[in-house]
Design a protein around this ligand. Structure first.
Ligand code: ADP
Ligand code: MG
Length: 239
């Protein structure tokens, strides 16, 4: 689905992504782990062209991406869920979810609302359709954000530390929704510090450090027999 070759990203003179080559197959769940500042968010943002790479090529379904031509279409197909939910505070939960399907995908209001209710059921929040974001817990807001992303019928979802801003007791409900999506075959790239989730749910784990992919492999290998010294050192701190 995605093939990334020799991707680099500079902010001014600072190269935050260096020579990233990786591939994501349809249906795959890839977790990206690594220390703060290693380039994980920047890499995710390059995948849906929220950041324009400085160098390298990204192929999406076999076609090379052009940041100017393809970003709008790509963002319709590749949804993103952020650490800080980013819900529209002045809209009800229902309207948060129906807004993009109606205004970008030109879906009829009644269809968009039926879809939104279906998705709210899926994330366990059918009773919150008329609530406003500020009245919800962080975990509930994040589940609304996931429903909102799903309402665009994405082919793939990117998650950037979706549970990092949550109180510990709220993390489980969000991870449960993500786990369900994974088992249903959604293609997902998840930047996370939840090592249990990465271990159980991902098909592949990528360890990034200082702008490089240092090591990648199936979770069993990455968590039980990491080869690289930096991977070992990082895991010894977080596990
Ligand atoms: P991570 O998500 O792994 O914590 P980031 O991708 O957010 O890492 O950041 C990688 C590096 O790039 C950091 O040093 C950060 O300060 C820098 N960086 C990120 N975004 C910008 C930006 N818009 N302008 C300048 N520097 C940035
Ligand atoms: Mg980040």
């Amino acid at each position: 689905m995605f093939s990334v070759f020799n991707l680099a990203k500079k902010f001014g003179d600072v190269e935050v992504l260096k020579n990233i080559t990786m591939h994501i197959a349809q249906g795959e769940v890839v977790c990206i782990i690594g220390p703060s500042g290693s380039g994980k968010s920047t890499f995710l943002r390059c995948l849906n062209l929220l950041e324009v790479p400085t160098d390298g090529k990204i192929y999406y379904n076999g076609n090379v991406l052009d940041a100017e031509l393809d970003s709008r279409k790509l963002r319709r197909e590749v949804g993103m869920v952020f650490q800080r939910f980013n819900l529209f505070p002045m809209f009800s939960v229902l309207k948060n979810i129906t807004y993009a399907p109606m205004h970008i995908n030109k879906m009829k209001k009644s269809d968009a609302e039926a879809l939104a209710m279906d998705l709210l059921g899926k994330v366990g929040l059918a009773d919150k359709a008329q609530a406003y974001p500020s009245t919800l817990s962080g975990g509930q807001q994040q589940r609304v954000a996931i429903a909102r992303a799903l309402a665009m019928k994405p082919k793939m979802l990117l998650f950037d530390e979706p549970t990092s801003a949550l109180d510990p007791e709220l993390v489980g409900d969000v991870l449960a929704v993500m786990r369900k999506l994974a088992t249903e075959g959604m293609t997902m790239v998840v930047v996370t510090h939840e090592m249990g989730f990465a271990k159980e749910v991902s098909d592949r784990v990528i360890f990034m450090d200082k702008g490089y992919i240092v090591e990648e492999g199936p979770p069993e290998k990455m968590f039980n027999h990491p080869e690289n010294g930096r991977t070992k050192e990082f895991l010894s701190r977080v596990l």
